[in-house]
Design a protein around this ligand. Structure first.
Ligand SMILES: [Zn+2]
Length: 315
């Protein structure tokens, strides 16, 4: 499952490749699970929209889109190429949104050249991938969306297990819950754990507190901070939490830096390969010697998730 650093890396890679491109047409598959917004709404939102930015919010990839209404007068391109299933007809009718005062004529011509800001939000789930492809590239099994871009390339969403989600935000106001772990300051970080009797590990994984810190990175951060995953959050001192915050930021930043070097492999045709993984110090190393003190690493289950720690280095 892609975690925050992977999603950040993927978002950065996509930003380099598709920013400025215009979505000419959209094909959506017949499977319902990946579509969190109605298919017609996703198609209508994406088509003829210019991708102004791609960024990560929590574990979501957010495409900021501008709908230039004048651009709608261009003749529609014939959709062709390999389609794994019958196309869904995109809904051409568009409801006006909060940010748009544009009135459209029957032909789709914009009366007012104003731009509407909307967003396409992708959550990769367990096995989701976004691929930038040439139209001649074979359409992978489990392709659920194909965006034809004005550059001639295609952006495809592939997801064998279908835990990924595609949605749109009409007012461009998508907001993931929680705080960005890479942006949070110490004061705010301290307030997240004040009075919490849950294990610190659970608190770190709680997406309502911090967005996007996954299991691996929580274990690695706790090791670096010298804190046991079962420690009650409320019993941890200010100094220890300060250390934990530094550890969280370090672990995520290091993983992003590593991911950045392999980005082309990931976004390209074969999404499976390519991530250089952070050298795990505790995660997945049950019974192996601690890299610091050689004590065997322990594994416990907290809230259904495996947690790894060194019983000597972590208190
Ligand atoms: Zn140790």
């Amino acid at each position: 499952m892609p975690e925050l650093p992977e999603v950040e890396t993927i978002a950065r890679g996509l930003a380099k490749r598709v920013t400025g491109d215009v979505v000419e047409s959209v094909w959506l598959g017949q499977k319902k699970e990946p579509l969190k917004s109605p298919a017609s709404e996703i198609a209508a939102t994406l088509e003829q929209s210019r991708i102004s930015a791609v960024r990560r919010m929590g574990k979501h990839i957010v495409f900021d889109l501008e709908q230039d209404h004048v651009a709608r007068t261009r003749p529609e391109r014939q959709s062709k190429g390999p389609s794994p299933a019958k196309s869904r007809k995109p809904n051409r009718k568009r409801k006006s949104t909060q940010t748009s005062s544009t009135i459209q004529t029957e032909s789709g011509e914009g009366v007012c050249p104003s731009r509407t800001r909307v967003q396409w939000i992708v959550h990769l789930g367990m096995t989701g991938r976004l691929q930038v492809c040439e139209p001649r590239d074979e359409v992978a099994k489990h392709t659920h969306a194909i965006l034809k871009l004005s550059s001639g390339r295609e952006l495809r969403f592939v997801d064998p297990r279908r835990f990924g989600r595609l949605s749109v935000a009409q007012a461009g106001d998508f907001d993931a819950t929680g705080i960005e772990p890479l942006e949070v300051d110490l004061d705010r970080f301290l307030t997240l754990f004040r009075g919490r009797k849950t294990p610190i590990k659970s608190a770190l994984l709680n997406q309502k507190l911090l967005r996007g810190v996954g299991n691996i990175y929580a274990d690695e951060s706790l090791f670096r901070a010298g804190l046991r995953p079962r420690r009650r959050a409320s019993t941890i001192t200010r100094d220890q939490l300060a250390k934990l915050l530094i550890a969280v930021k370090e672990v995520l930043s290091e993983a992003i830096a590593l991911g950045g070097s392999s980005i082309s492999d990931y976004v390209n045709s074969d999404g499976e390969e390519g991530f250089f993984q952070l050298q795990h110090r505790v995660y997945g190393r049950e019974s192996e010697p601690c890299l610091v003190c050689k004590t065997p690493i322990k594994r416990v289950v907290i809230a259904g998730r495996s947690s790894h720690y060194c019983p000597k280095c972590q208190k």
